[in-house]
Ligand binder design. Structure first.
Ligand code: C2O
Ligand code: CU
Length: 566
């Protein structure tokens, strides 16, 4: 027997033992090494932060209800945290990830073993860094398969493919971020959008690497679409092909046939693609939906190719799909507003009907005065953002630790349940005096099991635009939305309490509102913020603390021993 063979027998034995140990604990384990690696896009090379050297990062596969452990090792030069977007982590916010909310960042050279507890989620979610703007390149898909012995509420697709939409800057992301902080203005727009990390045929030096989806004629493919872009809601479509939406944010929807989708940063949309067109090559493409007047946007288009196998006519140029125009608010809002929960016996909806806690939050872009009017915001001001007129400031130790250990002075519990000023939120011209918010680190405390209705009201302060609002630790039902000011007498009459979609991110339409409902049954500290990264950095964030219930099963689990120190 050769040495090599003996070695491999030993290795296999080793693996079997290791495997046995892990199964004793019942937990699958993954290692995420966060490190800088050079990548070349758009004819130039730079170091980017990656997980395991991969961009996009590795895909995590789990079954519904699994718990897994990811050992995160920071071998980069910056603080980092990793968030499992849309995973509810029942009673265990400790590994949720947002820096200074549920943990202090993992410093260079340090490590944190994160337990990820799946519960009712099924479909597609994703993970991303949650520290400054490092998520620009640190992200990947999470695929939650049905439990063993159960299946999708649609025929089993021939194949499943993550389609991750992203954004690329030629500049170093930390530099971009620091410049943005200093200038007080809008950040530089990206140089490209990407599909699975590649800009596609319409950009320089990119064509040879364009992502190709090889398909057979007459089959059905499940595309798990994720918007990982930093700054933009995107339109996406495939030339000549209708697609059928079957899920969003790891919850199934009624099948919705469409020729395009609008997808917010943070959101995932699962679609079925039937390969029923003439053998050929077709572009799938994504481009921006940008609704703020006068704000610059990246007007480029990213593409990937749907390539039919047995297509011998490869010389013809693929066709581009039609996408709505960049400022088509109706196209975005109408698509998002067409999603419906599947709502059948296997997928019941539990929309709270009796509301115990009524909330209304305004979400605004604001300005702070800037000394000698030297900032890059409107009239030399510094751009800001707020929820209920409070521009959120991160504390210096995480809120979860302060809450759990009763450390005072880290946050306040006076987050207002209603807007402090009532005005015509969406009026064309608003007095400048309304533009300046307060600064603060306030939380809203919710009773365990309270039934919450939250009206999110966009405003036209500084710049009216869409805000994809995301809540950690929860999915919520989107029971209504509309343009203009929310009317508390009329609008609730139109709520959908039968089959509203269950989401973790909802785009509040430009100068409009959206109403969500959830039951506060997950105790812990949970961040809520706009998923446009610039708005998050400007302070369009707040935090919920959901109190423990009386029963031990309704209480926070104890912290892990290796929580990163500040
Ligand atoms: Cu994608 Cu705070 O989250
Ligand atoms: Cu926003």
């Amino acid at each position: 027997m050769s040495l090599i063979m003996k070695f491999s027998v030993l290795q296999i034995l080793g693996l079997l033992i290791l495997d046995g140990l892990l199964h004793c604990q019942g937990l699958a384990r993954h290692t995420f090494v966060v490190k800088d690696v050079p990548y070349t896009r758009l004819c130039s090379t730079k170091n980017i932060l990656t997980v395991n050297g991969q961009f996009p990062g590795p895909t995590l596969h789990v079954n519904k209800g699994d718990t897994i452990v990811v050992d995160v090792l920071n071998k980069g030069n910056y603080n980092i945290t990793i968030h499992w977007h849309g995973v509810k982590q029942p009673r265990y916010p400790w590994s949720d990830g947002p820096e200074y909310i549920t943990q202090c960042p993992i410093q260079p050279g340090q490590k944190f073993s994160q337990k990820i507890i799946f519960s009712s989620e099924e479909g597609t979610l994703w993970w991303h860094a949650h520290s400054d703007w490092t998520r620009a390149t640190v992200y990947g898909a999470i695929i939650i398969h049905p439990k063993k012995g159960t299946s999708y509420p649609f025929p089993k697709p021939h194949a499943e493919v993550p389609i991750i939409l992203g954004e690329w800057w030629k500049k170093d992301i930390m530099e971009l971020y620091n410049e943005f902080r200093e200038s007080g203005g809008d950040p530089n727009v990206s140089d490209a959008y990407t599909i699975n990390g590649q800009p596609g045929d319409l950009y320089p030096c990119s064509k040879s690497e364009t992502f190709k989806l090889m398909v057979d004629y007459g089959k059905t493919y499940l595309l798990r679409i994720i918007n990982a872009a930093l700054q933009d809601i995107l339109f996406f479509a495939i030339a000549k092909h209708n697609i059928t939406v079957v899920g969003t944010d790891a919850s199934y929807t009624k099948p919705l046939k469409t020729d395009y989708i609008a997808i917010s940063p943070g959101q995932t949309i699962d679609v079925l693609l039937e390969t029923n067109q003439a053998l050929g090559d077709y572009y799938m493409a994504a481009k921006v939906y940008s609704s703020a007047n006068g704000v610059l946007y990246d007007n480029t288009t990213t593409t990937a190719i749907v390539h039919y196998n047995q297509n011998y006519n490869a010389s013809s140029r693929p066709q581009l799909p039609n996408l709505p125009s960049y400022n088509d608010t109706n196209a975005s809002a109408n698509f998002t507003g067409s999603l419906r929960s599947l709502a059948d016996d296997n997928h019941p909806v539990h929309v709270p009907l009796n509301i115990s806690t009524q909330l209304m939050f305004t979400v605004s872009v604001n300005t702070f005065p800037c000394s000698t009017n030297s900032c890059q915001g409107p009239n030399g001001s510094r751009l800001a953002a707020s929820v209920n007129n409070i521009s959120f400031e991160l504390p210096s130790i995480d809120i979860l630790q302060a809450y759990y250990n009763h450390i005072s002075g880290v946050y306040g519990d006076q987050f207002p349940s209603f807007p402090p000023f009532i005005f015509n939120f969406t009026a064309e011209d608003l007095p400048l005096a309304l533009e300046t918010p307060k600064r603060g680190t306030e939380v809203k405390v919710l009773e365990y099991n309270s039934t919450v209705e939250l009206v999110l009201q966009g405003t036209n302060l500084a710049a009216g635009t869409d805000h994809p609002i995301h809540i950690h630790g929860y999915s919520f039902y989107v029971v209504g939305w509309g343009f203009g000011n929310f009317d508390k007498d009329k609008d609730p009459l139109g709520y959908n309490l039968v089959d509203p979609p269950l989401q973790n991110t909802i785009a509040v339409p430009k100068n409009g509102w959206a109403t969500i409902r959830f039951k506060a049954d997950n105790p812990g500290v949970w961040f809520m913020h706009c998923h446009l990264e610039r708005h998050l950095s400007w302070g369009m964030d707040m935090t919920f603390i959901v109190k423990n219930g009386s029963n031990p099963e309704a209480q926070l689990l104890p912290p892990p021993s290796d929580l990163p120190p500040c």
